[in-house]
Design a protein around this ligand. Structure first.
Ligand code: SIN
Length: 272
């Protein structure tokens, strides 16, 4: 297993300083993916990587989603994540799992930071295995038979090339999914994309979703936060974590690039 230190007992791994992603062998990349599946997030510090090297690395992780409208200097495999003195909002401000409205939503995301504010700009992560496991057994049994509709409300339109949200499809996914590489159950509803629970009426659906969102947002014991430096790269596995980008640094600049790797159709508990 790659040398690492746990960030909290249940969530996150920080790789040893000696590890440079660009020189990783194929077996080491497999270990990186497995570590992300087990620990939810993997942090690599002091990485020396160009935009093109990051795009190339993304192909070693799987099939990157592409952004057809990127300017020529940004490879189509990367999304620029930027906020500065002109920004009213920042991408990812709110708990979410990346682009969960896709029928095969992302597995790994890889964010590499180039410019950071003097203070702040952390990303918060929450462990969705622990979110599921810390529900009472009766609620675990109930939620694992439900499905939820994920609408492209928080979609980065530019990922697909679509111009309007209603050009993009919605998807119905299990409320609890089984991670294909760990076999563990993870809660899979997020406030950024989910519009309703299919098996419940609207009022029941809203009440249950709010309960689950509060459980994620207020359970500090299942969360960690990552503080960025230029050259920090973080991988997160969207199947088993949600994240929240704190926008507490206005009017300073924060700039990074994200590669997003296609996952698979989420596996329901009954199919596992
Ligand atoms: C995102 O949601 O991908 C943005 C995360 C961040 O900027 O920390």
């Amino acid at each position: 297993m790659l040398a690492h230190q746990n960030i909290t007992p249940g969530l996150g791994a920080e790789l040893g300083q000696e590890i440079q992603l660009n020189t990783m062998s194929a077996p080491e990349i497999d270990e990186l993916k497995q570590l992300a599946a087990e620990r939810g997030i993997v942090v690599a510090r002091a990485q020396v990587m160009t935009l093109q090297q990051q795009a190339d690395f993304a192909h070693r992780l799987g099939e990157p989603l592409t952004r057809p409208m990127n300017p020529p200097e940004i490879p189509p495999e990367l999304i620029q994540i930027k906020a500065d003195h002109n920004s009213k909002r920042a991408a990812g401000e709110g708990w979410h799992s990346d682009v969960s409205s896709e029928s095969e939503p992302p597995g790994l995301s890889m964010l590499r930071m180039e410019v950071v504010p003097n203070a702040g700009g952390d990303t918060l992560f929450a462990n969705m295995y622990a979110a599921y496991e810390s529900l009472s057994p009766a609620l675990q049994a109930f939620v694992q038979i439900l499905t939820a509709k994920h609408d492209p409300i928080g979609h980065y339109l530019y990922v697909s090339g679509a111009k309007k949200l209603d050009e993009l499809p919605s998807a119905i996914h299990p409320v609890v999914r089984v991670h294909p590489d760990t076999g563990r159950k993870a809660l899979y509803v997020n406030v950024g994309f989910v519009s309703r629970i299919m098996e419940l009426n609207r009022r029941e659906s809203q009440a249950l979703l709010q309960l689950l969102y509060d459980h994620v947002a207020y359970s500090a014991n299942i969360q960690c936060r990552v503080s960025w430096q230029p050259g920090t790269v973080v991988f997160w596995d969207n199947r088993c974590v949600q994240h929240f980008a704190a926008f507490d640094y206005f009017p300073e600049t924060r700039l990074g690039y994200r590669a997003t790797i296609r996952g698979e159709k989420p596996i329901a508990c009954a199919e596992a």
